[in-house]
Design a protein around this ligand. Structure first.
Ligand code: HEC
Ligand code: HEC
Length: 384
């Protein structure tokens, strides 16, 4: 395994031509099971590779490319989730946070006053709705699964296809959406201004501008930045409480970071890379094909790509994937185990894993340790 050690400082390569990893990685010696060298990973493409091949590392790279299963990140390199950041033009205040919470739970934000954000992002259902695809206005099924808003404050781009650049930008989309809350923003401003409690609160938080659509979005975003998953058994384990993970979960952790290669896309404290991949989810029969990120960028390579979801609190947010096609984590693992389904343009990072039954079970035990501490939510009194 010396070959591997010799190239590890250049990052690592992969069968195929391109690999993108943005976490700190280390290469593991297969024989000893120890990580040998730590290295920052790069976007590697053909140019990068041929440069190193020119340095005489070609053989090593090729040899390494034959062992894609050797892509290991060191699970010991634990980073807790950092403190959440609030944007400079929308700083946190307790009153804004409380106002945002009221708005989040208030059905008066919708055109027919029947639907709130919490209808589809319900805290008792993991801030989602437990449906494969969400039900919009008039209970009509829409095209995508309602994602949990847990930790959404950490994501740069919002939505499965990343079409909003911030929570502030995101918030008005479902309010205006004719198939969702179907609300006219001018009307909404008038409606909320006419509620004395809201009128006063907006003035207090935002000063002269008071009730505006922009301020509604800012308050909602501030509240959402407080919906966080914290203190999972996995965090406790990493901070020294070794009793918080079972042996099966520990074995699953190893698989997650090694043979299962999940960390390639689900790396870092969020277990997501803030990036988009085509993992080979073949279009569902009888449904409009969803091209994902492609619809936003119109780049061929983005066809069928979706944003990598975070895996914290994952057991609470079934069903899974952008279209909710998998009911259980078992189904998700089987999908990754077969390297995804055949689909044009599928990411070369998707490869069959050949996991044994026990390994799959262990992986699920590990995923369960990513559930944060249960946090009860008290519903706000809505302004009258
Ligand atoms: C009818 C159900 C429904 C309602 C009501 C709704 N959402 Fe959503 N929400 C969804 C769906 C479905 C998506 C994913 C859509 C997509 O990716 O195209 C989503 C995505 C999001 C996201 C992005 C999360 C991520 O990880 O990308 C946030 C944040 C969010 N909604 C917040 C809100 C807020 C705030 C409100 C109220 C103003 C709201 N939602 C109302 C169904 C709903
Ligand atoms: C090539 C990148 C990549 C790899 C490797 C990968 N994932 Fe994912 N994962 C994704 C993307 C992208 C999605 C969302 C796809 C969609 O809905 O279209 C996803 C979805 C999921 C979901 C569903 C999350 C939800 O909220 O619906 C789970 C669970 C998951 N992955 C776990 C794993 C595990 C476990 C592994 C390792 C066996 C793994 N992933 C490997 C990119 C990856």
């Amino acid at each position: 395994m010396d070959l591997i050690r010799s190239i590890s400082s250049t990052g690592y390569c992969f069968r195929g031509s391109r690999i993108a990893i943005d976490t700190s990685l280390s290469v593991l010696n297969r024989k000893t099971g120890k990580s040998e060298v730590e290295t920052k990973a790069y976007m590697v493409n053909n140019t990068f590779m041929s440069r190193y091949q020119n340095f005489g590392l070609g053989i090593a790279l090729l040899a390494f490319a034959e062992f894609p299963a050797l892509l290991f990140a060191d699970e010991a390199k634990y980073q807790p989730l950092p403190a959440i950041e609030h944007p400079a033009d929308n700083p946190w205040s307790e009153e804004k946070h409380q106002l945002g919470k009221m708005l989040f739970f208030d059905p008066r934000l919708s055109g027919n006053n029947r639907m709130s954000c919490a209808t589809c992002h319900n805290p008792s259902l993991g801030w989602s709705d437990r449906l494969p695809r969400t039900l919009g206005r008039d209970q009509r099924e829409l095209g995508r699964n309602s994602p949990s808003i847990i930790n959404s404050g950490y994501f740069g781009k919002q939505f499965w296809d990343g079409r909003a650049d911030s929570l502030e930008e995101q918030a008005l989309v479902p309010i205006m959406g004719p198939t969702e809350m179907d609300q006219n923003l001018n009307k909404l401003e008038e409606e909320l201004k006419a509620i004395p409690d809201y009128y006063r609160k907006f003035k207090k938080v935002f000063g002269a501008s008071g009730v505006t659509a922009e301020n509604i979005a800012k308050a909602l975003a501030t509240f959402e930045r407080s919906v966080l998953s914290r203190n999972a058994p996995y965090d406790k384990y990493q901070q020294g409480d070794v009793s918080s993970m079972s042996n099966s979960a520990l074995r699953g952790m190893k698989i997650f970071f090694s043979k299962g290669r999940c960390n390639i896309c689900h790396g870092g404290p969020l277990f997501a890379d803030n990036s988009f991949h085509n993992i080979g989810l073949k279009p569902l029969k009888g449904r409009m094909p969803d091209l994902g990120r492609f619809k936003i960028t119109e780049k061929k390579e983005d066809k069928w790509s979706f944003r990598t979801p975070g895996l914290r609190d994952i057991t609470r947010t079934a069903p899974y994937m952008h279209d909710g096609r998998f009911k259980t984590l078992e189904e998700v693992i089987d999908f990754f185990d077969r390297g995804g389904d055949p689909l044009e343009n599928k990411s070369p990072l998707m490869q069959p894993l050949n996991l044994q039954r026990q390994e799959k079970a262990d992986l699920i035990q590990f995923l369960k340790t990513l559930d944060g501490e249960f946090q009860p939510v008290t519903l706000p009194d809505l302004p009258q």
